[in-house]
Design a protein around this ligand. Sequence first.
Ligand code: FNR
Length: 186
Amino acid sequence: MSKQYQVAVMVGSLRKQSYNRKLAHALAELAPPSLSLRIAEIGEAPFYNDELEAAPPSAWLALRDAVGQADAALFLTPEYNRSVPAVLKNAVDVLSRPYGKSVLTGKPAAVISASPGALGAFGANHHLRQSLMCLGVATMASPEAYISGVAGLFDEHDKLNNASTRDFLTAFMLSFERWIQANAKA
Ligand code: FNR
């Protein structure tokens, strides 16, 4: 098999029953074999405060390490009040520093947003893209992924049971595979 790429997955929800987390697990199964997805947990990272950089909290270092060692990053975001949940914005802030040394810069990435509502968390998706752009993250522009009605897509075992969503996400991950192959650092 050709090179396997490590993908750090960040989920912008702390809920155990998070639909975005369920999607992350589904994506690990749908992804092509060349992509290995692993969730980089963001919930323990203290709020960003640059006074702490002299002795960074261990949770910051662990997150920077997990994402820094990965070949690519995949963000799954809910939408809170038409924007990115604070826990995910905080993770991006932590990963953006030290200034000029962000482990995200130049890394291939993709964004998927999901909501039980009709708009598929479009607002959060694009607010997140705005932050990633300023960090020089190589965020895949298309296909875009706004998953609406997410509450109805899983069976009682939390398996993605909607065929068209499975097909869409399978194709999305194939596009992401090509994006990573084209943009990953050697
Ligand atoms: C929400 N929710 C929500 N949904 C949406 O489509 N647009 C929005 O702006 C908001 N705003 C919002 C604010 C807050 C504080 C909460 C708690 C929720 C609903 C949200 O999409 C829903 O709770 C999802 O289930 C959250 O994603 P996870 O946790 O299931 O991944």
